[in-house]
Ligand binder design. Structure first.
Ligand code: ADP
Length: 354
């Protein structure tokens, strides 16, 4: 059995599958700050701290810097921001950057972690004036909890019911003005009332090669690595699927390989050899991606085929494929979506043959 297939078969939940993939944009053990504590700058992830350190996404950076300067001038808190796009593109990082630029603290949590109204109210009441509350996977906030967030976002207050039955009492808690930063990989799953309460909404794009190289260059300085050749930066960036988190993870994996099995130098041959061991090819595709393409080519004769059918053949979950396998294949033009289903493109077919 292919390792990719085994992963899908053994890890049917989205997070389980993503945890195993070196080329996944999802965060894995030790890569993300824990929630819902205030952010700390120490720890395994060293993030850019200012908008100036934040590489790329020029349009978003410009929109945010205008908004921040304007609200600072008026002495107000920053607008609520909704960021959507694939994992690993810098949404959490932006929450930290905004808090830092506004001189406040970022608190990080996620939709599934706030599964009771009390969790949300507890978190909201901890926020200080101007603090940033980052809610990852905000589309997974339970509807009963979401209702509490509307007045919190609009009027900085929450009505909380204590006790039940004839003893029930509604207490209105006044919150300090804060900024909610919501992140989602599935903007379409957000309810309209929630979406409407964000002042700034932005879709994060995959990063071009030059931005990834810049991110890698800054990371090697921070990590104290002095052995990366130009060809090494290029080779890692090419396999990073436009995603900073993947680029940084590949860098760490290649560094280990170069130190233990190679000469210590991180150059193109070291990158190729290290990542071949991980099943990652020259375009950054792994066994799951190639399996998806092969199923489409061989079982469905290139398509069009329905996502559910492809997922069933692969023994996996359609939502997982849609979230973490298809976006990059679509981005590089190996896959197209038609009203009748998924189709393999000529470029995708060429890659399989190649
Ligand atoms: P997301 O929240 O979208 O999943 P993160 O913000 O956790 O992604 O970013 C993943 C990693 O990539 C972090 O280590 C972060 O420092 C780095 N990173 C992401 N975007 C950028 C960027 N624009 N410039 C520099 N580093 C970045």
């Amino acid at each position: 059995m292919f390792p990719g297939l085994a992963l899908i078969a053994h890890c049917p939940d989205d997070a389980g599958m993503a945890r195993e993939r070196i080329v996944s944009g999802e965060s894995q053990g030790g890569e993300k700050d824990s929630a819902p504590e205030p952010s700390v700058s120490s720890g395994p992830v060293v993030r850019p701290k200012t908008l100036q350190d934040y590489v790329g996404q020029a349009a978003l950076v410009e929109r945010l810097s205008i908004a921040m300067e304007a609200v600072k001038g008026r002495g107000e808190s920053m607008e609520h921001v909704l960021l959507h796009g694939p994992p690993g593109l810098g949404k959490t990082t932006l929450a930290h950057v905004i808090a830092n630029e506004m001189g406040s603290t970022a608190w990080v949590t996620s939709g599934p972690a706030l599964n009771k109204a009390a969790d949300l109210v507890g978190t909201l009441t901890k926020l200080g004036e101007g603090d940033v509350l980052f809610i990852d996977e905000i589309h997974r906030l339970p509807p009963a909890v979401e209702e509490y967030i509307y007045p919190a976002m609009e009027d900085f207050k929450v009505d909380f019911t204590v006790d039940s039955g004839m003893h029930a009492k509604v207490i209105t808690l006044t919150l300090k003005p804060f900024t909610l930063i919501g992140a989602t990989t599935r903007a379409g799953m957000l309810t309209q009332p929630l979406r409407a309460r964000f002042g700034i909404t932005h879709h994060l794009e995959y990063y071009p090669h030059s931005d990834l190289i810049e991110i890698l260059k800054r990371a090697v300085v921070r990590m104290g690595i002095s052995t990366v050749a130009v060809s090494g930066f290029d080779a890692i960036a090419e396999r990073s699927r436009g995603t900073p988190r993947v680029a940084l993870r590949l860098l760490r994996r290649v560094r280990d390989f170069a130190e233990v099995r190679g000469t210590g130098a991180i150059d193109a041959p070291a990158v190729t050899a290290a990542l071949k061991l991980e099943g990652v090819d020259d375009l950054g595709l792994d066994e799951i991606d190639r399996k998806y393409l092969r199923v489409l080519a061989e079982v469905y004769e290139g398509g069009p085929a329905g996502l559910e059918a492809i997922a069933a053949t692969m023994g996996g979950d359609a939502g997982t494929l849609e979230d973490i396998v298809e976006p990059y294949l679509l981005q590089i033009g190996f896959l197209s979506r038609t009203p009748r289903g998924r189709k393999l493109t000529a470029a995708g077919e060429g890659h399989l043959r190649g």
